[in-house]
Design a protein around this ligand. Sequence first.
Ligand code: ADP
Length: 539
Amino acid sequence: MRMQSTMMPVPLSLNHFLERARLYHPKVEIVSRMPDKSLHRHTYADFHRRAKGLAEALVTAGIKPGDRVATLMWNHYAHLECYFGIPAAGAVMHNLNLRLFPHDIAFIVNHAKDRFLIVDDVLLPLLAQFAKDVNFERIIVVPLTGKPVEQGHEDYEAFIGKATGDFNCVEVDENAPCGMCYTSGTTGNPKGVVYSHRSTVLHTLVAALPGGINVSGTDTVLPVVPMFHANAWGLPFMSTFVGAKQVFPGPHLDSESLLDLYQRERVTVTGGVPTIWLSLLQTLRANPAKYDLVPGMRMLVGGSAAPESLFRGFDEFNLEVATAWGMTETSPLGTVSVLKPQMRSLSKEEQYGFRTKQGMAAPLVDIRLIGDEGEVPWDGSSVGEIQVRGPWVTGGYHDLPLNESSFTADGWLRTGDVGCIDSEGFLRLTDRTKDLIKSGGEWISSVDLENAVMGHPAVLEASVIAVPHPRWAERPLAVVVLRPGMRATGEEIRDHLAKTFAKWQLPEGFAFVNEIPRTSTGKFLKTKLREMYKDWKWE
Ligand code: ADP
């Protein structure tokens, strides 16, 4: 007989994280900003008791392994309890994106066949907008405001309060589902991605590494990225796993509230999309002496391309921006940009060149670039579609047939992103397939142009889109928001860009606006911009 390993086949399970929290980190704090701005504090010991109380209450209420329990919540302690309590009942946590249109939320709830809903009391008005289109068996309300829960709904505190405390987590196979998220539908209908205990545990282990997102027990972690969006990039799982103090902003995502929380709670790691960081930088600059933040606080940025000016700007305040790339489909960590040891002796300017790239694939993630003629070399300039595979990369979508526009025949995820990889293995994303600009037969990277436009001192935000052009098929149009009190003309911005771009690559037109429309997760909504400017009159 062939030799067998002697190792125990113990399943990888989130329940282990939950029990560790009580055993090893019972006194570590979990701090949440409440709707009235007060701070709610409890510990991992409270978290453990309450999450298990939730699991017991769900099982008593008839939730069976594999059933979906939805959450409609901001980032706070009760959502963290759901992150572990729902899987501890053997069930699947389905977090709903509260920024979607109500009819889209209803579509997702029905598609996922969610049985129960756990919802913040402050979000009941949102629920009311789609309640008639869905059929939750039970609605459990978290009384964040302290007001009594209205009749017809159950009170979360009473629900979990009924637990006896004598409950063992429901152990399931490591490949059993523990959670699901729908893609936010920036480029199409929302599609369900289902995570397993195994995929989530492996993702957590690797993402927490120093060469990854880098979270340890000495950190204090504040996810600005919503817990309903790709599991807040896994930060709550990583923090619980290592016993880091967790800080949650609740519904208060404005720059002042965030800076106040960073300062008060001595935050060392945070994560969010570029649009949030751009306004935070603006607030810091307006009042540089006001905030005393932990020097070197690591600010993870992802979700869309971050301009170089963002890295330079935060460097002035001794805050370290680091890029990661991923998708709901990749749990979400795909690549992360952490300088290799030999890169640390490069000049600051050369380091920006690497820091602003999306970085190296995380261990256990395979990546390749596919062009028209097959695999593209890693030479730093040849561009292809990014394809990935790995133990936390989805191999399909919930209740949808496998589709060759999303998955290749040999089992890779087609990300719809386009980029190049250099000889160091650092990925640089140049576009999304649908955002590419094809001018006179040549591709132009909208991301490169956006970065450069945002490098102009008078520009606060910019998005570059393809707009139909009678001669060139498409030409780039830059939609620009200027900094308050500053002025610049399209001509001046073009001159600034002409230092680094060929003439044919320069934006052909400039639209100055007060605000750029955003997606539910804070990205610039290019589909809307393309619609708005499709009849642009070229000069
Ligand atoms: P949606 O696809 O609906 O926007 P996701 O949150 O899953 O929802 O978005 C994943 C996409 O976000 C990626 O495919 C990529 O286009 C973009 N993205 C993520 N991280 C980065 C990054 N660091 N730089 C540029 N784009 C990014």
